[in-house]
Design a binder for this molecule. Sequence first.
Ligand code: ZN
Length: 139
Amino acid sequence: MVDDPKESVLLKEGLFTYPALPGEAPRLLGSRCSACQAYFFPKRYLCPHCHKDGTMEEIRLSNKGTLYTYCIVQVAPEGFTAPYVLGYVDLPEGPRVYALITGIEPSALRIGMELELVIEPIRQDPEGRNILGYKFCPI
Ligand SMILES: [Zn+2]
């Protein structure tokens, strides 16, 4: 049972800013290669493009992107409730992010539509705490 329903844990440290700074939208934390200018999400420690060492820096990626493609999941794994939507969201810096899509009826989804990052519960852990993760929803 949930002792404190407001208690939450992060899906993984270092994936996104949480809590966001006052007045600032949450952001995904990625990396950028200072040698070839490539951007990545999640963070990389060695650039897979140029393989140079010591060139990766952490950056806060855009909190908006466009829907590249999606699928509607009809059979959910344990801890999830079907149907739900998974998609790829293209960020302006280049990374294509695999994420849950929320806040919209699946029939209203359109390839290329603008989406915005939100931090929401994804499921609960065995102790009943909300596991917070990143999702995208229509702007
Ligand atoms: Zn590089």
